[in-house]
Design a binder for this molecule. Structure first.
Ligand code: COI
Length: 360
């Protein structure tokens, strides 16, 4: 049934095409391309009225369920202008499969992965001039699904919109690839096992804002969340997963239900293993990290994510004490992973697992 979905094409008139921003100062998620993908779902027709169309505002009923009960899921992926000016995606099916896992947990419909990927490729081709070529600049892609029934009773919506918007971006953090300062939250938590911490749903990000603002005011870029029960074990940074190199082991918290299963996280684990580095997915207590920092066995900390790529951590703040990591500098392993990942994503590196998909 899904193979028969038709995708219409409505091009933006030439005189309405936007002026492209300078690649020197793209910021993150502030400029949007000329087109988007849009599809509707209801119980009778499934996905229908699918189209690639001009980037546009929605007119929505103020009672739409997404505004009240938060049925909203999304993905983050990127297109890269790489080798020989070709355009690449990185593990795109994994993103759409993860979106479908999120959909299941949030009582939302699955998207047809192959068709949506095909549509994304067409959208990228249409807006290919928007894909930056400056080093480190990419086109960020945001597939999103929302429940839109105009009904205030609490239940899963019977109607949905799925759309894909795209924006040329630079580094996610103002620091770029330079080490970030991270505030460890010992009071507020992000997610609890059995909840929706492993789901890429809007509410997880809303829940993180209060503590993130406190951290920002104290001069920190991001929050490192601890587990919700004991406030003891490290979870994730919210915009990225987290890795610790202690002695010669690369350690990251396991995917126990409260942590997002990052695609960059998985890629880093596989890359490090292929280089002979011992990787361990296990609960790691903040006290263990800080003890390793004090005795010198903690070599590096870095975050991983689509937006953040590899994000070295230069400082931790926990209970009013600061801990400088790797002299506040980017570590050797973080640098190697960043360089290799970028090489693969841009079509230059060896790609034994076929992570890279050429668009055009
Ligand atoms: C991503 O890394 O793509 C994310 O979705 C994280 C953040 C920008 C919300």
């Amino acid at each position: 049934m899904w193979e028969n979905i038709e995708v219409a094409l409505e091009k933006t008139p030439l005189d309405k095409l936007k002026k492209k921003p300078s690649e020197d100062n793209l910021g993150f998620g502030v400029h949007f391309t000329d087109h988007m993908y849009l599809s509707k779902w209801n119980r009778e027709k499934g996905w229908h009225d699918s189209k690639i169309c001009p980037y546009q505002d929605f007119q929505m009923n103020p009672a739409s369920m997404v505004f009240h009960y938060g049925q909203a899921i999304f993905e983050g992926m990127k297109a890269y202008r790489g080798k020989d000016d070709q355009i690449f995606l990185f593990r795109p099916k994994d993103n759409f499969e993860r979106l479908n896992t999120s959909a299941l947990r949030m009582c939302m419909p699955r998207v047809p992965v192959d068709l949506v990927l095909k549509s994304l490729k067409a959208l990228l081709y249409l807006d290919r001039e928007w894909i930056p070529s400056a080093p480190g600049a990419t086109l960020y892609i945001r597939p999103t699904m929302i429940g839109v029934d105009p009904i205030l009773g609490v239940k899963p919506s019977d109607t949905y919109l799925f759309y894909i918007i795209m924006c040329p971006v630079g580094a996610y953090y103002p620091e770029g690839f330079n080490p970030t300062k991270i505030y460890v939250s010992d009071e507020y938590v992000r997610a609890v096992k059995g909840g929706v911490g492993q789901v890429k749903t809007a509410g997880n990000y809303a829940a993180s804002l209060y503590m993130s603002e406190i951290a920002k005011k104290a001069g920190y870029t991001q929050v490192l969340w601890l587990d919700a029960c004991e406030h003891k074990y490290v979870e994730e940074v919210g915009t990225s997963n987290i890795f610790f190199q202690i002695e010669d082991e690369l350690i990251t918290p396991p995917l126990g239900g409260s942590i997002l299963g990052g695609i960059t996280r998985d890629s880093v684990l596989k890359l490090a293993q292929s280089w002979g580095i011992k990787t361990v997915e296990r609960p790691i207590a903040i006290d263990e990290v800080l003890a390793a920092s004090k005795d010198g066995s903690l070599k590096e900390i870095f975050g991983t994510g689509t937006a953040a790529v590899i994000s070295p951590v230069g400082e931790l703040m926990y209970k009013n004490e600061t801990y400088i990591i790797n002299n506040g500098e980017t570590g050797v392993l973080a640098q190697r992973l960043f360089t290799e990942l970028q090489a693969i994503q841009n079509g230059y590196g060896a790609d034994p697992d076929k992570w890279v998909v050429r668009v055009c």
